[in-house]
Write a protein that binds this ligand. Structure first.
Ligand code: ADP
Ligand code: MG
Length: 213
């Protein structure tokens, strides 16, 4: 399946602060459609801030972000894995995975199959009826990854997606994300404070430095 549109990301002169000087100060970069970029830097340097701006959940003080043209479908074209997972605690693993498809109006039988496949793919078989509170951090992280992947988004934003996962599991999940990306041409941007992950995954890297405030 090829993308019906350009899902590249362009960031120009982006600045954002929360009242005590800028967190991001004049950041610019391009990520062509279908490529993977890692944003690396120490805690507090603005990685999560950048993802919120890219997802359109917050507004820049200055500059622009562009996430390509409108795709073959509007809904679900950007998936965002939050740093703290953002799972719904009152929903089971299955229900969390199914929700994005439900919001897209996908039929129940198709949803059930997609959820079963995703549980398999992420090594979560047998955990579908559990609630997030009954999972380990690494299992929660995998549910969050599954919920982001299940809609086959044009753009995948992942905030420290591999923290809490051991290296073997990280490698396995990266391999699956890569296979999907080869098939579907997704544009992927993820943050990390672990340079080791970059060698596994990213086409290019943007390094954020802590600002001086
Ligand atoms: P990172 O993800 O790289 O650890 P963040 O983007 O979460 O960094 O935060 C960057 C800086 O902005 C930190 O100093 C943080 O305390 C501050 N910050 C983030 N979000 C807010 C907010 N909503 N209000 C005030 N300060 C914030
Ligand atoms: Mg963060």
């Amino acid at each position: 399946m090829s993308r019906a549109s350009d899902a590249g990301i362009a960031v120009r002169d982006l600045s954002k602060g929360y009242g005590e000087g800028p967190v991001l100060d004049g950041l610019s970069f391009d990520l062509p459609s279908g490529e993977t970029l890692s944003v690396i830097g120490p805690s507090g340097c603005g990685k999560s801030t950048l993802l919120y701006l890219l997802a359109g959940l917050d507004k820049p003080d200055r500059g622009t972000v562009s996430t390509g043209e409108v795709s073959r479908r509007d809904k679900g074209r950007i998936s965002f894995i939050l740093q703290d997972y953002g799972l719904f605690p009152w929903k089971t693993v299955q229900e969390n995975l199914s929700l994005p498809l439900e919001l897209q109006g996908v039929a129940p039988s198709t949803r059930r199959k997609a959820v079963a496949d995703m549980l398999d793919e992420l090594g979560l078989g047998g955990l579908g009826m559990r609630y997030p509170a009954q999972l380990s951090g690494g299992q929660r992280q995998r549910v969050a990854i599954g919920r982001a992947l299940i809609t086959d988004p044009d753009i995948l934003l992942m905030d420290e997606p591999f923290k809490g996962l051991d290296e073997a599991l990280s490698r396995r999940i990266i391999k699956r994300i890569r296979e999907r990306q080869t098939e579907n041409g997704q544009t992927i941007l993820f943050t990390s404070h672990n340079p080791g992950e970059l060698r596994l995954f990213a086409d290019k890297t943007v390094r954020l430095d802590p600002t001086s405030h």
